[in-house]
Ligand binder design. Structure first.
Ligand code: ZN
Length: 375
């Protein structure tokens, strides 16, 4: 059995459901320590983070990942136990196989091979993994980035192993992510009898024109490879359950996915200007999930593109699609960030799996990228 397959299986056997690392990082640290890496555990609250480095100068290349997984859901829905790694028809099944224990195992194997072959390499190679990527993402990479900021730890290049490929390994290179901003809003009216509307104030009637303006707005036309900024209302709730009562308030949840034309603060101001224009009486709670980031043409993006072209046989699509990732906390440190990982078709689903051939190709891919940048 290949080294990367064995290590992936050892990780999948540990039921590290967010934020429980369940010993995964200790296993990774013992391997990397043996290979000459300095390993530091950074535990915040219930969350384990591992920071492993080899070298002390710049440029600093970091492989970023997570050891936690989303819950498996009901065991009966899976063809085999989600925490018993199982091979079937060239695929490795188990929770985290694709997202992203396979990539983390590939990081470790690639880093070991790189420092063995290039003990005097340029700069620093490093790995940062957290056990809180799938959860609240508060005590994970967000907190570690604060520590890096305090210490003056620079990061030049960051490679996230999130499952990014579409149909085959290496067909997509992620070069940025949109920002995400959520709002929980309460519009206040005055409750009353529907027969006496003059003695009440209907928050639904007041909110609808404002919400209509909000959803009709064209925020921008996109940004380079980023799609246009979009706002989606995800929940509207009001009412007492009785048909003869004007409700006293209404709740609205909405989320914006935005490109680098905007910051979260600007979008909040734009939305609130619309609410004020419509004279709504409201309270709003904003949650800034992450600012957008974008890696322009440069050494990392070029090296990643060339490496993927070599592996996949043709140049990758360069995309900024999908949700957000932990790279959003590393990018503000001034790092260029790309994401390269296996096919994402089964992530977070039952019967999550990764192609064993892809898994076995991953360490070579990460190794080739390190050679291009730091050998
Ligand atoms: Zn993931």
């Amino acid at each position: 059995m290949s080294d990367v397959l064995a290590l992936s299986k050892a990780l999948i056997e540990r039921a590290s459901v967010t934020p429980d690392d369940d010993g995964c990082q200790a296993m990774l640290a013992s391997r990397l320590s043996r290979a000459g890496f300095a390993c530091e555990s950074l535990r915040f609250g219930d969350v384990d983070n591992l920071w492993a480095t080899h070298g002390s100068e710049g440029p600093v290349l970091v492989f970023l990942g997570h050891t936690d997984v989303v819950p498996s859901g009901p065991r009966e829905a899976w063809a085999s136990d989600p925490f018993v790694p199982t091979e079937r028809d060239g695929l490795l099944y188990g929770r985290g196989a694709a997202d992203m224990k396979g990539s983390v195992a590939a990081f470790v194997v690639a880093l070991e091979q790189f420092v063995a072959a290039h003990p005097q390499h340029r700069g620093t190679v490093a790995m940062l993994v957290t056990s809180d990527e799938e959860g609240d993402a508060i005590d994970g990479v967000r907190r570690v980035a604060d520590v890096f900021r305090e210490r003056g730890q620079r990061i030049d290049w960051c490679v996230t192993g999130e499952p990014s490929s579409k149909a085959k390994l290496g067909d997509l290179l992620r070069v940025g992510r949109r920002g995400t901003l959520s709002a929980t809003m309460t519009i206040r009216g005055i409750q009353g009898h529907v027969a006496y509307p003059d003695k009440a104030r209907n928050p639904i009637h007041q909110a609808l024109p404002a919400l209509d303006e909000l959803v009709a707005r064209r925020w921008d036309e996109g940004f380079e490879t980023f799609p246009p900024t979009s706002l989606q209302i995800s929940n509207i709730h009001a009412g007492t359950g009785a048909n003869n009562v004007i409700p006293g308030e209404m709740q609205v949840l909405f989320n914006l996915r935005f490109n680098p034309n905007w910051s979260a603060a600007q979008l909040e101001a734009e939305c609130e200007a619309i609410f004020r224009k419509h004279a709504l009486e409201y309270a709003i709670h904003w949650h800034r999930g992450g600012e957008p980031f974008h890696t322009p043409e440069g050494p990392l993006r070029a090296a990643a593109r060339e490496t993927l072209a070599e592996i996949a046989g043709s140049a990758p699509e360069e995309s900024t699609g999908g949700g957000t990732s932990d790279a959003r906390f590393i990018a503000p440190l001034g790092a260029q960030c790309v994401e390269i990982g296996p096919v994402n078709a089964s992530i977070h689903k039952v019967d999550e799996h990764v192609s064993i051939a892809d898994l076995e190709a991953l360490p070579g891919l990460y190794l080739a990228l390190m050679r291009r940048l730091l050998a």
